[in-house]
Design a protein. Structure first.
Length: 168
């Protein structure tokens, strides 16, 4: 994965990198991933810009799902100001790394991006921690609150891995 504008000062990494998290509606998984990774990047002293989008426009302009907001707040992260937006082909030009939360989302990204699709910038989110296994972050949207806790834990663990990967 490319890292833009990285400098290695004496004590720690300072990398300017733009990362996009993508799920279907941009109200459950990708807002959690945006909030969690941005929080971890700030705490690690990384100059990262983390954002999120969805491949369908059903929730454009809406805040994250109330259970995503609740679970994030329980873990000290405020995602309540985020607003859903649709993934566009120009995102391939605007971001250094793009993570899809599931294989159907990745297929939608290929369809939306067409000739802009850049496989060097894109991967399934969990492939960072589990290369080649094509694991997906389960979509908690239609289920109980416990699904949001599960999604948070999976995303949180993988975000830890991403931070470690780029700060070693």
């Amino acid at each position: 994965m490319p890292i833009a504008n990285c400098l290695l000062p004496v004590a720690n990494y300072l990398c300017s990198m733009k990362i996009l998290m993508v799920c279907l509606g941009n109200i459950c998984r990708s807002p959690l991933a945006e909030g969690i990774l941005q929080d971890k990047a700030v705490k690690a002293g990384l100059n990262w810009q983390v954002e999120s989008a969805g491949t369908n426009g059903y929730h454009t302009g809406e805040p994250p799902h109330h259970l995503s907001i609740k679970i994030a707040q329980k873990n000290g992260i405020d995602i309540s100001q985020q607003r859903s937006r649709i993934f566009t082909a120009s995102d391939f030009e605007d971001y250094d790394v793009i993570y899809a939360m599931a294989t159907d989302v990745l297929e939608d990204m290929k369809r939306i991006g067409r000739h802009h699709f850049d496989s060097k910038k894109v991967s399934l989110f969990l492939n960072e921690q589990y290369p080649g296994e094509d694991r997906e972050v389960p979509d908690p949207w239609s289920g109980p609150e416990s699904g949001y806790h599960e999604a948070f834990e999976i995303i949180n663990s993988n975000c830890e891995y991403i931070i470690e990967k780029y700060t070693k």
